[in-house]
Design a protein around this ligand. Structure first.
Ligand SMILES: [Zn+2]
Length: 106
């Protein structure tokens, strides 16, 4: 239901829908990309990067990682659709909705 509504909204001009895997989005630092060796327990609500000292709410850090992944996938897919500049590694863990793909190809 929610996905159907998102797909509908994505049909607006300039819109699109990107599906990404959420793996490591709460573990990786959204500032420098560092992944700690130990998993951050769910009870720890603040994220502090041991590599760059970035600090944020755990959910904010995850949201920034999700946005970053979606932007990379979106940019890579668009480049692939027009046949130039596709960057290796931009889309291996992602799927596109038919809606978004149709929009770019049109
Ligand atoms: Zn960091």
């Amino acid at each position: 239901m929610v996905l159907q509504q998102l797909a509908y909204k994505a049909e607006s001009p300039g819109g699109g829908l990107v599906k990404i895997q959420l793996q490591y989005t709460t573990q990786n630092c959204s500032n420098c990309g560092h992944r700690p060796k130990e998993r951050l327990p769910l009870s720890v609500r603040s994220y502090v990067c041991v590599n760059c000292t970035y600090e944020a709410d755990r959910d904010v850090n995850a949201a920034r990682n999700i946005l970053s992944k979606a932007q990379r996938v979106w940019a890579g897919r668009a480049a692939l659709c027009i046949g130039e500049g596709a960057r290796k590694g931009d889309t291996p863990d992602s799927e596109w909705s038919d809606t978004a793909q149709d929009r770019i190809l049109a």
